[in-house]
Design a protein around this ligand. Structure first.
Ligand code: CU
Length: 274
């Protein structure tokens, strides 16, 4: 008599939908203008920041903190007041511009000065656009201030933290500055922590209201060549087309590129595959 051996049948079902992955851990968001401390690190305006220069969008911690570093040990430089963080001169009304590399559903956006909640914007769990602007009245807080800007995520226990150093008042128009103006110094060519994944969500529709980076009078970032290779340190405008790793991408949001913002990582937030 022959023995029959029945092997268990494993059913592998592979579908495109099954390959959808979570956004990478580093894909979140931060205040790019006026520049938050992590933005200053990412642009190279403040040196020796450590890892945060490569992922300014990653200052994530439990909700309810009042810290610049979100309680993340490797980002503790952000809470180091001895660093003499440069304060951006602004008018009494300031437009804060967030760049979101993952558009998490949002409960509230909170702005604090010290223990005072200056403003709170309730999104009611909606999904934000890739660039979010809030115009906040800071006229009650003239002089040098440290604004803590908090993005409270609706469907997790976490929030994202930014400290923005400002010199409030003086009557000047609150001309929003642009985010990173220079590439970080000799960063690694590839981000080791962020696999390039595309976002399955619908692309954002809003345009940023801030001026493009080309407005800077001093040391403007390089202008892109049409259809050329993506390069850190280049000021891209909405509509610009680049090549990266053999694929073409179109810029969705004007920004100055930094290493770790490669089109394959910030697909849809900043770059649309063509
Ligand atoms: Cu995220």
């Amino acid at each position: 008599m022959r023995r029959k051996i029945a092997y268990p049948v494993a059913a592998f079902v592979l579908t495109a939908g099954g390959l959808a992955v979570q956004s990478p851990a580093s894909a979140h968001g931060y205040v790019s203008s006026p520049p938050s401390r992590q933005a200053l690190c990412a642009s190279g305006a403040v040196a020796d920041c450590g890892q945060i220069q490569f992922e300014p969008q990653s200052v994530e911690g439990p909700k309810g903190l009042k810290s610049c570093d979100g309680g993340v040990g490797q980002f503790s430089v952000l809470a180091d007041e001895s660093r003499n963080w440069p304060a951006k001169a602004v008018g009494s009304t300031v437009t804060f511009s967030w760049v979101l590399t993952a558009r998490h559903r949002t409960s509230t956006w909170d702005y604090f000065i010290g223990n005072t909640k200056v403003a709170s914007i309730d999104d009611g769990g909606a999904q934000p656009a890739a660039v979010v602007n809030h115009t906040i009245d800071l006229s009650r807080f003239p002089g040098r201030q440290k604004v803590l800007a908090v993005w409270n995520i609706a469907d997790t226990a976490n929030a994202f933290y930014n400290c923005v150093d400002l010199q409030v008042g003086g009557g000047a128009a609150p001309a929003p500055t642009t985010a990173p103006t220079a590439a970080p110094t000799t960063p690694p060519t590839a981000s080791p922590t962020t696999p390039p994944v595309s976002r399955p969500t619908t692309p954002p529709v809003s345009r940023p209201t801030t001026a493009p980076p080309a407005a800077s009078p001093t040391k403007p970032p390089a202008a892109p060549s049409a259809g050329g290779a993506w390069a850190a340190g280049t000021a891209y405008k909405t509509g610009d087309v680049v090549t990266f790793n053999g694929a073409k991408y179109q810029c969705r949001q004007s920004h100055t590129a930094i290493t770790s913002w490669e089109p394959s990582i910030y697909t849809l937030a900043l770059w649309l595959p063509l």
